[in-house]
Design a protein around this ligand. Structure first.
Ligand code: HEM
Length: 132
């Protein structure tokens, strides 16, 4: 909730905003030779895109569809099958930062999203020494 009592989900533009954001992000991932091979369903990214969209919408105060479909997020655990070192984290964050900057005006919403993604992506690193 913001000071005005409106969730970031609503303030940013609801589900359409998160669909645009994650669509932009996945166009970056698809063309990334470090990240794309990690995705079990590649070259079909539509499932992964849908899951990330619903997770983010829920996280920021939107509908709880993600947890109804997938259960408790447990994101760190769900990422254990994918080796994520500093390089993978950096690439992920580059694409997400571009998506945020391409879909939000400068201001509080942009800043909150960028701060969150910086910290969340760091928490997902499970191979801090790098991957082979
Ligand atoms: C740090 C770099 C990251 C990498 C390399 C990475 C990679 C992946 C991969 C390969 C998948 C499986 C795709 C699929 O669902 O089929 C996945 C799933 C997912 N990721 Fe990440 N991820 C990263 C960070 C993050 C962050 C920071 C978040 C949240 C803010 C996130 C949220 C999710 C979600 C919600 C799923 C679907 C989980 C499920 O319901 O199964 N990821 N990620």
């Amino acid at each position: 909730m913001s000071e005005a009592g409106v969730s970031l989900y609503e303030a940013a533009g609801g589900m359409e905003f998160f669909e645009r954001l994650v669509g932009h992000f996945y166009r970056g991932v698809e063309g990334d030779d470090v990240l794309a091979p990690l995705y079990p369903e590649a070259p079909d990214f539509s499932g992964a895109q849908g899951r990330l969209t619903l997770f983010l919408a829920q996280y920021w105060g939107g509908p709880g569809t993600y947890s109804r479909q997938r259960g408790h997020p447990r994101l760190r655990m769900r990422h254990f099958p994918f080796p994520i070192g500093p390089l993978q984290r950096e690439r992920w964050l580059v694409h997400m930062t571009a998506a945020v900057e391409g879909n939000t005006p400068e201001g509080d919403i942009r800043d909150a999203l960028l701060r969150y993604f910086q910290s969340a992506s760091e928490q997902m690193v499970n191979a801090p020494g790098g991957t082979p």
